[in-house]
Structure formats: C-alpha cells, structure tokens
Ligand binder design. Sequence first.
Ligand code: ZN
Length: 238
Amino acid sequence: MTSDAGMTRLAILCLYLCTAGPAAADFIRSNLRFTLYHELGHAVIDQLSLPVFGTEETAADSFGIVLADRLHPEEEMQVILTDMTALSRAEAVERIFDPWDQYMPDAQRLARAICLAYGLNPAERLPLARALGMPASAADACVEDATQVRAAWAPVMERLRPKPGATLTESLRPGRHGKALRLLGQDIERVNEAIVLPRPVPVTNVACGEDNAYYFHIDERIEFCSEMVEALSARGLR
Ligand SMILES: [Zn+2]
C-alpha cells in the first residue's frame, strides 16, 4: 500500500502534471495565436495596399487584437491576453531599450494591447484588464481608442469577409512540418473560414536561428521560426 507521505508526493506530482501541462500548452498556443494574427496583419496591409498611420508594427498589433476579438469566445480571448502578458513581462526585463526599434518597448506594446482588448469589450473585460495592470484612470481613453481602431479596421474586415455562396479558398496555406503549425492547425482553419485574402499566403515553420516570426513582403508568406516554440516551452510560464 502507498504510505501517506507517498500519497502526498503523488498528489503533488499530479497537481503539477495536471495543471502545469495544460497551462504551459495554453501559454505556447496563446502566444503563437497572437503572433499568427500579427503576421496576418502585415499580409493584409501588404495585399490590400492599406495606408498606415503610424508604424506598420503598431497597425499589425491592432489588427491582431481586433481579429482575435472577432474569432475567439470570451473565455479563450482572456486566456490569450493573460498569456501574452506573461510572455511580454518576461521579455521586457531582458530587452535593452532601443528608441529606434520598430516596436514600442515591450511594456508599452503590451499596455496598448490590453487597453485595446479592454476597449473592444469593456462590459466583460474590466476585471481582467485591471488584473493585468490597466489603471482605472485609463479605462475611458481605452474605450475611445478601441472605438476608433475598430472603426478603422471595419471596412478592411468587410473586404476580407467571404462572399456568400462563393467557394471558400484557403487563404493561409500551412506547410506540413513543424510544431507551431501543428499547434495552430485549428486556428488557421478558423482564420480561413473567417477571411479571404486576395492571394494565398503560405505559412511555414523552419529553423531560422532566432526566436521570431516574419511576414515576407517579397514573396507574401509567413514564417514561424522553430526556435519560437522551443523558447516558449523553455519559459514554462503560467
Ligand atoms: Zn510585425
């Protein structure tokens, strides 16, 4: 028979395996999801030749949040935001501030994402936004900003909407190999049901020597570096 101490150790092990496993998987998938939507934002801006006010990186971030808000049920959206926050906070302490970077500093980029996500659904996201660091004094401005951002993307989303009766084409065309693509399989399918790009965009997962992902304007494709899943796994956050 198992001793009490043994049972306690088993219970602790089970607690670890039963909670850390799914949470870690959520953490990886959530951050891959937002990366996919951000890179898709670059593809949309490129293929529709959209004028961009501000940096393209900021526009791709806002597209990513607006799209995630449309695609995901509230519970999933809150998990994505929580996991994005955990990653961004971890990266922020490692990054050296560079005023010439195309991205806002991590902490500010994250704050804008939380602010926008909150403003898109203030009725349901206030407790989460506050828990993720949004000050109460920022709430009204976030709602105003989100209203403007949603209005800016609305005609673009309308152009991307599948035409009634038309045969669905696969806008995102995932490669066969790579963990990121396996983890994102259902999300890519969901994107393909929700939007139609003017031209298909291959999505590949290859080793590229860094923890990153790209949209390449030159040949209109999205590339996930395999190092990204490895780096997310290694962080083991949440
Ligand atoms: Zn980007």
